[in-house]
Design a protein around this ligand. Structure first.
Ligand code: IPM
Ligand code: MG
Length: 358
């Protein structure tokens, strides 16, 4: 039976980068991958048409698909929508929540060809291969109560940082299982010196570790983890953390690899459905200029093939093609440096297609 893939280009550079990724998917289709590709609206572009960042028809299509490829959402055009629930970001957060995509995998891998593009010294980052496992449907992003209200004649903003034991255990298992396929080390990041919710987090991780005696568990406070990521990033194998800490640490980890424009991600639920997106945002400042790096989105297609479609062969070929293009010295602006050949978004996409077909 054909598997269904829903593509949601979104806003800003989203459409440009997903265009290139769709071409790669279609190349797989031509070689026998049995998938049906559909498209939908999300984020600001959905708001413009439907007055909602996550229209019902998009959500229905998403629920009915095996995997979703998302570009990016948001931009200054929608920044002054007063109703927070209509902001583009709510489209993305709504998809994550409604589909139960709790397990967010954000690999930070340094391609050896890009060692010069990193802001850190080559010996600090060369060979870097970290997997950040971020909880994606709970924590302070979704905790209730939340709001802005008047208290004693003054406006007060508040959010709730909450995790249940079962939510912690569920994401912990993802991390331990992932570590088993890698270097068998999990570092759990929390703020257990201050926040009760992460005291519980630490306890649950400790308990879970007993079920995985082959995996080494360590703990780190989030401030120290941020420092260690730029001091000695190769000490990490798998990092597991909550929604907000994971958001912040994954941006830092991304930059170690030279550019956030290189990093794919997968968000998985308990039914094996997944949403795949580049870790970067909609980059409105460069949207429409053909400058954006499509590689994170193309690599997200590879993750989709591996994690939701069980097609590791195609995944490896796409990753290999990206490596070849980098070997050839082709670079979008974000990863360019003297001696390399600067190319546009679509030229990069074409080059990957050529390498894939080779
Ligand atoms: C990310 C993004 C999102 C997040 C935004 C766009 C809501 O920063 O995927 O990391 O905070 O999760
Ligand atoms: Mg982020």
């Amino acid at each position: 039976m054909s598997r269904r893939i829903l593509v949601l280009p979104g806003d800003g550079i989203g459409p440009e980068i997903t265009d290139e990724a769709i071409k790669v998917l279609q190349a797989c289709q031509r070689q026998g991958l049995d998938v049906i590709i559909d498209e939908g609206l999300v984020g600001g572009s959905a708001y413009d048409v439907h007055g909602e960042p996550l229209p019902v028809e998009t959500l229905d299509k998403a629920k009915a698909s095996d995997a979703i490829l998302l570009g990016a959402v948001g931009g200054p055009k929608w920044d002054d929508i007063d109703d927070l629930s209509k902001r583009p970001e709510k489209g993305l957060l709504g998809l994550r929540k409604q589909l139960g995509l709790f397990g967010n995998l954000r690999p930070a891998i340094l391609y050896p060809q890009l060692v010069e593009a990193s802001s850190l010294k080559p010996d600090v980052v060369s060979g870097l291969d970290i997997m950040i496992v971020r909880e994606l449907t709970g924590g302070i992003y979704f905790g209730q109560p939340r709001g802005i209200e008047e208290r004693n004649g003054e406006r007060v903003g508040f959010n709730t940082y909450v995790y249940s034991a079962s939510e912690i255990e569920r994401i912990g298992r993802v991390a331990f299982e992932m570590a088993r396929k890698r270097d068998k080390r999990v570092c759990s990041v929390d703020k257990a010196n201050v926040l009760e919710v992460t005291i519980l987090w630490r306890e649950i991780m400790e308990r879970l570790a007993e079920e995985y005696p082959d995996v080494e568990l360590s703990h780190m406070y989030v401030d120290n983890a941020a420092m260690q990521l730029v001091r000695e990033p190769k000490q990490f194998d798998v990092i597991v953390t909550g929604n907000m800490f994971g958001d912040i640490l994954s941006d830092a980890a991304a930059m170690l690899t030279g550019s956030i424009g290189m990093l794919p991600s997968a968000s998985l639920n308990e039914r094996g459905q997944g949403m795949y997106e580049p870790c970067h945002g909609s980059a409105p400042d460069i949207a429409g200029q053909g400058m954006a790096n499509p590689l994170a989105t193309i690599l997200s297609v590879a993750m989709m093939l591996r994690y939701s479609l069980d097609e590791p062969g195609y995944a490896a070929r796409i990753e290999g093609a990206v490596g070849n293009v980098l070997d050839d010295g082709l670079r979008t602006a974000d990863i360019a440096y003297p001696g390399t050949q600067r190319v546009s978004t679509s030229e990069m996409g074409e080059a990957v297609l050529d390498a894939f077909a080779r």
